[in-house]
Design a binder for this molecule. Sequence first.
Ligand SMILES: Cc1cc2nc3c(=O)[nH]c(=O)nc-3n(C[C@H](O)[C@H](O)[C@H](O)COP(=O)(O)OP(=O)(O)OC[C@H]3O[C@@H](n4cnc5c(N)ncnc54)[C@H](O)[C@@H]3O)c2cc1C
Ligand code: SF4
Ligand code: SF4
Length: 595
Amino acid sequence: MKKTDISDLQHFHKVVDCQWACPAHTNVPEYIRLIAAGRYTDSYMLNWFSNVFPGVLGRTCDRPCEPACRRGRVEEKPVAICRLKRVAADFKDDISDRLPAIPSKKNGKRVALVGAGPASLAVARDLLPLGYEVVLYEKDQRGGGAMRTQIPAFRLPESVLDEEVDRILDFGVECHFGQPVQSMGWLLKQGFDAVFVGSGAPRGRDLDIPGRQEASANIHIGIDWLASVAFEHINTIGKRVVVIGGGNTAMDCCRTALRLGGEQVTVTVRSGFDEMKASPWEKEDAMHEGIPILDYHAPKSFQIDNGRLSGVWFEKMRAERDDKGRRRLVPTGEPLVLIPCDDVLMAIGQENAFPWIERDIGIEFDQWDMPKLDADTFQSTHPQVFFGGDAAFGPKNIIWAVAHGHAAAISMDLLCQGKDLHADRPAKGVTLVSQKMGMHDWSYGNDFAATQRLAVPHADKFKTLKNIKVEVELGFDAEMALKEAARCLNCDVQTVFTENLCIECDACVDICPEDCITFTTNGDEAELRTRLTAPATNLDQPLYVSDPVPTGRVMVKDEDLCLHCGFCAERCPTGAWDMQKSILTLPQAGGVCRV
Ligand SMILES: Cc1cc2nc3c(=O)[nH]c(=O)nc-3n(C[C@H](O)[C@H](O)[C@H](O)COP(=O)(O)OP(=O)(O)OC[C@H]3O[C@@H](n4cnc5c(N)ncnc54)[C@H](O)[C@@H]3O)c2cc1C
Ligand code: SF4
Ligand code: SF4
């Protein structure tokens, strides 16, 4: 194998798993170390730089980083990365003097944002410090998008949302709340240099089964109903509620119904419990509140008595494999089941809708009526119009919306500066910095004690079920945060090997707790993987291979097993091993910034 080029971003891409799994590439290990050092404000700012809404996301993020976390390889559960982010937000000091200066002299370019969700707000956050005039149109009266209208206050308190949304609006966004954009043609005529469409995926799916029309007074589309609850247009529901659907919207609907007077709230899902789209923690929270989830129940019709909804009939299903091994759901043949109810909440998915974009205006749509976009620049077929968040590729989550916002802001800036959106895009890079402080001293904690993941304490159920605004999760206190932060393996601190310093004493091999270092003759990768002290079976994780050492052998380290503890570097008598922090430089509008 060729010597590994550790200056290649792709190597770190695979080694700092959490940071790369985060769509906004938040510098997870660094912010966790800052929390461990009690530097909450610094940790918050590092987060704010990449993910823009640390307080919101510390409570609500879909956490793609956690399944990727390397702690999960040495213990059952990953570091509670998301909830540590909340710690930074909860314990930070005033950050007003750390925010970017907004130039009073503008750069002469005006951009429009459609919708005030996280995608648009991320664009505003990135472009305002560069001197852009940013004009926002939002159909609702407040900013935040689905973070405000969909996520219930018992998961995301209004004060947390207001703080992070207002921070951006206060940078000087010209806001037009309560003003839906009804025509893209009209918007383009306003003379903007670029337009960003962050209008989300606002249409909830309906279910056209017998009885739907007759019972319509008591059948509610989940996302519309949640928005009405958020804006306090609705504050009650019938005592018996059936929620149809198995995603996170269903979980928010059932828990909200319970707080609005529902006494028997039941979730029904067509497929199996394990296949439900809802995150495991959302399902756990719903069940903890006493809500049953009935799986393999397919809705067949609504029961109407005296002109009013009185129940839903379900057909029981089971999963089976067809001739080609494909899994499908088939009826069990058992009699239909009636679940009596007063109201139904329909949470079976959402779709995009762009009725306000004229189809002859230069923006092309595909066969699913989604805009055709350049996946790197988020530019539509109309050069001045960009899409991001749920409006770009369908419903996803907040952190993806933010990541899209950053990417689109780079493109809009390049366009406005007359540059090429691909060729002039700022590049990603990586810098390595030694973490050595003394002979055996590192600037990071390298104890990898087997502490189990700590559970976030919850408020008393009897209090939270009585009031929709009482937050369920209490968050970690400082002591718990410190313990949980210590579980992080500092995967960004890399083991760096300098072959010409190595005297082949094997001290590193002896001390390594994971048997991940092998000195051996070189070979091709597949064969070399089988010859290591501990065979490297995870093909997704790279080997780190050196140039030959004096005896002609090479050093091979399995990046999959390495705990980044640094014992090898502590033990090495010549300094051939060093622990070096890899700082990824990720682009944002206006150039490359360090994270
Ligand atoms: C019930 C529910 C719970 C969720 N929970 C989570 C969660 O816990 N964690 C998570 O990460 N994600 C969650 N999501 C998903 C997340 O909210 C979205 O993915 C995210 O908000 C998308 O951001 P966005 O900026 O693309 O659009 P949105 O947040 O949807 O914002 C779009 C905005 O555009 C406005 N708008 C639409 N059309 C127009 C127009 N023509 N003119 C002017 N304004 C317009 C809308 O009013 C809205 O304010 C949830 C979604 C739902 C439905
Ligand atoms: S152990 Fe820490 S640095 Fe490593 S993947 Fe998990 S959170 Fe990230
Ligand atoms: S840092 Fe060194 S000693 Fe620790 S697990 Fe990795 S190779 Fe082994």
